[in-house]
Each structure stands twice: as C-alpha cells, then as structure tokens.
Write a protein that binds this ligand. Sequence first.
Ligand code: GLY
Length: 354
Amino acid sequence: MLDRRAFLEKSALLSALGFLPRAVRAEEYELDVARTALGAGPFRGRPCVVSSANGIKGVKLAYDRITGGTDTLDAIIGGVNLVELDPNDQSVGLGGLPNEDGVVQLDASCMHGPTRRAGAVGCLEDIATPSLVAKAVMDYTTHVLLVGRGARKFALAMGFTPQNLLTEKSRQDWLRWKSRLNPNDNWLDHDDNVKINWTHGTINMNAVNAAGDVSSVTTTSGLAWKLDGRLGDSPIHGAGQYADNDIGAAGSTGLGEINIKACGGFLTVEFMRNGATPEEAALKTLERMVHVTEPRLLDDKGRPRYDIQVYAVTKDGRFGGATMYEGASFAVCDEKGARLEKCAFRYKNTERPR
Ligand code: GLY
C-alpha cells in the first residue's frame, strides 16, 4: 500500500505528465483513478446513466439495474423500452408520429463497449421496441444494420410480435398535417388555428458501470412526416450514438440530417479522448454541426434554424449535455439519484431565428 504522501507526490507527477483525467467530478473517484494508474488498487468506477430528458424514468431504471449487476447495454435498453412502449410519447416507438404516408417507421442502434459489438435497424415497421431488435441484430447475426422489409422479417423470425404502432392521436395528427399541406388539394381544412405537431424527438441513453464498461443506445420514430424510407441519425453508429470502452459513450437527439454529416456520436467521444470534458466535447460537436450546415438551414447571422442536443458520459463516470439553443435539459442518474440538469448551450434563446 502507498502511504498518503507518496501517493500525492506520484499523483501530482502523473497529473503533470497528463496521465490523469482532468476535471473529475468526485474526489473519491480521482483517488481511484490515481490508485489504478499507480497499480495500487482495482478500478472502482462511478456508475452513471445519462440520456435525453424524455429518459428521466429510464435512467433510474437503468441505473438501478446496473448497480444491481445487469450489463450496461441490457440496462439502458430496459430504460429506453419504457419510452418506446409509452403510447403518449410521439417521438419514439408505439405512438410515434408517422411518415408522410401515415406509416410509423422506427430507427434504433446500440453499441456494447466491452465486447466492441454493434447492431441497428432502420425503417422498421410494426415492432414497438426497435432497440431490442437492434440488439438482436448484434447478438444473432454477423451484420450491423438491417433496414425495412428485411429488418421486419428478421424481427418476426426472432419472435417479436407485430402490432399497429399508429395510435389514434398520431393518426389524427397525421390527418391534420395532411389536410393543411396544400391549400389547393382535395382535403378540407377543418380548423384554421390547428397547431401541427412536429417532432424529430428521439431517446438516446448512455451508461457506464463500476467496472468502467460503457454502452449506448438510441431509438426514434424519426422526423415526423418524413419521406417513406428516410433514415435519420439514430440507426447510424457514430452519429446517433457511439461507445468506445476505452473512453466513454455519446449520442444525440434532434435533426438527424445534420448529425449524420457531423458524425456527432463518434466526434464527441473523440473530443473526450483528446481531453475534453463531456460538456466541452458536446459543445465542440455542436460547433462542428453548425460548420457542416448548409446555408438554407442558417439565418443571415449564420445561426442554425434547427435544434439539436448531445449527451455524453466518460468511462470514469463524468457526464454532460449540450444543446444548440438554451433551454433544453438532460436526464442523469448516479449515486445522487435521477434528475434533470440544464444542458450547456451554444446560443442563447434570444438568438434563435424567428
Ligand atoms: N434524431 C432523430 C432523427 O432525426 O430521426
């Protein structure tokens, strides 16, 4: 065992040499990392689950399972299943807003850090839990991504039960959207003041356990009223989510077309690899997203006409979230319990293009 003085001296040396992570949140954890670096003790990590705000119940479920010994990916898939199966959440799974033809098409992907495996499905119809189908692709095939008819066929072969995912509420929203698409079409407008529901909402969840193993999952019904066959960022590894067991995990919610071009999940993890805290990494990824945005989606001051969020967790249990425009929160659960925290932001709400 090291005595305290020798430990502090060696910690300072390692820190100066860049071997220790900076800005760790908990002193106890700092000591653990230093002990591990010195070969003085086992890695005792800090379990943590972070997600988009709609995962507030899911992060608690996932955290409790992780601290009870469940694998990180199984735990967070359990967490997002709560949202996928909630008919009142119109951005994910059952009850998600449909495409322009009134058909609910779901996307999901996952990565399992410790085994370096990945799975995904895109444009999946009739199955409420695409995250579980994505994991089945990972567990039972040599492939990483299945789409459309093939994804559905695979899900049925794996024993998933097909069901109608279009709830009455979402069908009514679709009809309202359709009837107000074009004033010269053959659909009568019944209510001039109707607000058309619009979402590219999603749930992304990332987790680390006490052993420092990380996983990530993202699941969505995608952009409301999208073209048949449109894939967003959620089924794309490196965009909608990414996990690297050496570093951490990250993912995103918001306009998927932008995130695909920025490779947001991968990029955030790479920023963390280079020393950024999760919050700094998420903000830097948002900056890159602005950089890859085409002019039609920018106002005359170069500010994006869309919103997007990035969430991240490190192997050592630090976490953060950032949003393009001030106001969004993210969900986190650690030893302090489940809560919503404010995202860091790139632009103030007052700067939002009107
Ligand atoms: N981020 C969800 C989507 O754009 O499909």
